[in-house]
Design a protein around this ligand. Structure first.
Ligand code: FES
Length: 146
């Protein structure tokens, strides 16, 4: 399957049936992400146990790409420690923003996000959930895409 087909199929599927939609009660931590260009907002909740992500959920409203990216992210990061999350986030950032970046096979379904780089105005949509989870882990309560 090429990147365009993967992009279309995976983004459509995760937008239609978002995984891990909902909230987590304290002691889980949460952060709000906001895309000022469109006004879309989402909140990401994460439970951490000794630096390991044991659960993650999100809620909010946004475009298909932001919702699908959040859904894909929640599936991918459960069980990772925060360093592994940071490495995965860096890899996703590269795939989203560098036209010449190879899309590592290890990304699995997340490779679909590589299709977003064909649409530079949507990179912020795809980044929103990732930056919000990063903020939550860092102890910040909100993040705005720049
Ligand atoms: Fe608002 Fe994509 S258009 S996050």
């Amino acid at each position: 399957m090429d990147l365009k087909d993967l992009y279309r199929d995976v983004i459509l599927d995760h937008n239609k049936r978002p995984r891990n939609l909902g909230t987590l009660a304290p002691p889980a931590i949460g952060a709000k992400g906001h895309n000022p260009l469109c006004g879309d907002q989402l909140t990401v909740y994460v439970s951490l146990d000794h630096g390991q992500i044991t659960d993650v959920k999100f809620e909010g409203s946004g475009c298909a790409i932001s919702m699908a990216s959040a859904s894909l992210m929640t599936e991918a990061v459960k069980g990772l420690d925060t360093e592994a999350f940071a490495r995965l986030h860096a890899s996703i950032h590269d795939v989203l923003t560098r036209h010449d970046a190879e899309v590592p096979a290890a990304l699995g379904k997340l490779a679909a996000l590589g299709g977003v780089r064909e649409y530079p105005s949507r990179v912020k949509c795809a980044s929103l959930a990732w930056r919000t989870l990063e903020a939550a882990i860092a102890g910040a309560v909100s993040v705005t895409t720049e």
